[in-house]
Design a protein around this ligand. Structure first.
Ligand SMILES: *Cc1c(COP(=O)(O)O)cnc(C)c1O
Length: 412
């Protein structure tokens, strides 16, 4: 495959026939790859892989072994599996750190009374996805203070604070990666590894740039999770768990259908049968099963993501956002500002719209219009709405502008 210069923006006009038949309105999504809006739009090549996968039976653990080879190639990790999203990946990563190859512990989860069960996190990294860690039965212990978060001081988490928190009941450290936290990762890895404990990195939304597929593994992370349904452009119900072979194997066996007979079970090469004292039951991850179609779709999307021409895509996005900004000069209540891609911490160009009036009120009007339109609301408390081009079909740009001009008339 040669480099892909475009994002998965289907060239054919949108049909949406299935949504029409179901009576569900199609939405113009300028808010990004949000799960509640269905995640990424998928390229025809991804859909083709899913259709082909649907036509025959395979051994899922063999398919996950093949996935492991593809993911290892793209990330530099020893191994990797397709999960049902990054949040599921966090639960499985936690389960792997809690149980390892211990079948007794696998069977006990989420009851962790008989095993080390504390997962350390910097207080500044706490977020609503850490429920996925508690789901496996772990207890999150947040450490350090929040001076940077509150602006009260200059210091982040320091090695001595991690040292002081590690005890015999500690199972792992969870690090939430962002452009701002990356500088703290080496010290966390060095300190936690000194105690022989693993570090899980939540890098769910840290793509693009594609280099980040390797960044955290290169730094020494034991496990890393990525979303498949965000920038990678895979099925929205997929994710990647990559890292140490033993931990990825433990995660896999805790996710698989284990209604197998001991006489005939032939596990995937990722699963160390000698390390297992017996055959595990259905594990904590059994509810996170990933279909063969989703695995195939994610792998093709990942290959395409790695081969993409990121510069060309960013230029296309920028040109479209500039055209939208120009057209919005007809909307007196909106002031558009391009947030350019800088390749440092801004990897996707955005258009910020400052609203004269209430951004929340405008956003609500847009969402209830026809067609419904979604803009990013992360800065709405500052009266700013954001246009993210990643899930905006180029043939919807003009509709978006029309809806914005109409809806913002009543904002002033
Ligand atoms: C999106 C996100 C997740 C969840 O990813 P899914 O693939 O939707 O499960 C977890 N952590 C962070 C930081 C995220 O941004």
């Amino acid at each position: 495959m040669s480099g892909h210069s475009s994002i998965p923006d289907p060239s054919a006009p949108v049909s949406a026939a299935i949504y029409e038949r179901l009576g569900v309105p199609r939405r113009i999504n300028a808010a990004g790859t949000l799960t509640r809006l269905g995640g990424s739009l998928m390229a025809p090549a991804v859909l083709l892989a899913m259709a082909q996968a649907a036509e025959a039976s395979v051994d899922i653990s063999e398919l996950q072994s093949a996935a492991s080879r593809v993911i290892a190639g793209c990330t530099g990790a020893q191994a990797g599996i397709v999960t049902s999203g990054a949040a599921a990946g966090l639960t499985l990563a936690t389960a792997a750190c809690l149980a390892g190859w211990d079948v007794n512990r696998m069977a006990a989860l989420p009851d962790t009374r008989a095993m080390p069960n504390r997962i350390l996190m910097a207080r500044t990294h706490r977020n609503s996805y850490d429920h996925a860690v508690r789901l496996a039965g772990a207890t999150i212990v947040d450490i350090g203070h929040n001076d940077r978060g509150t602006g009260a001081g200059v210091r982040g988490l320091e090695p001595w604070e991690i040292e002081a928190a590690i005890d015999a009941n500690t199972a792992a450290f969870l690090f939430v990666a962002t452009a701002e936290t990356l500088a703290d990762l080496p010290a966390v890895l060095a300190t936690v590894h000194r105690h022989g404990l693993p570090v899980i990195v939540d890098a769910a939304a840290q793509l693009p740039p594609r280099n980040n597929l390797k960044t955290f593994i290169d730094a020494g992370a034991d496990l890393v999770v990525f979303s498949g349904g965000k920038a990678i452009g895979g099925p929205q119900s997929t994710g990647i768990l990559a890292g140490r072979r033993d931990l990825v194997g433990s995660a896999l066996v805790q996710m698989m259908d284990m209604d197998v007979s001991p006489q005939t079970w032939s596990p995937s090469a990722l699963i160390d049968r000698d390390a297992l004292k017996g055959i595990p039951h259905h594990g904590i991850g059994r509810g996170f099963k990933v279909g063969k179609e989703d695995i195939a779709g994610l792998l093709v999307a990942l290959e395409r993501f790695v081969e993409r021409d990121e510069d060309a895509i960013a230029e296309q996005f920028t040109a479209r956002l500039q055209a939208i900004a120009t057209a919005l000069s007809a909307a007196p209540a909106l002031t558009a500002r391009l947030i350019a891609r800088d390749g440092v911490d801004q990897h996707v160009p955005l258009l910020e719209l400052t609203v004269a009036g209430s951004a929340h009120a405008l956003s609500r009007r847009l969402q209830h219009g026809m067609p419904p339109v979604h803009l990013g609301e992360r800065l709405a408390h500052q009266n700013v709405l954001t246009i993210n081009p990643q899930t905006l079909r180029s043939d919807d740009d003009a509709v978006l502008v029309r809806c914005l001009i109409e809806s913002s008339r009543s904002a002033v």
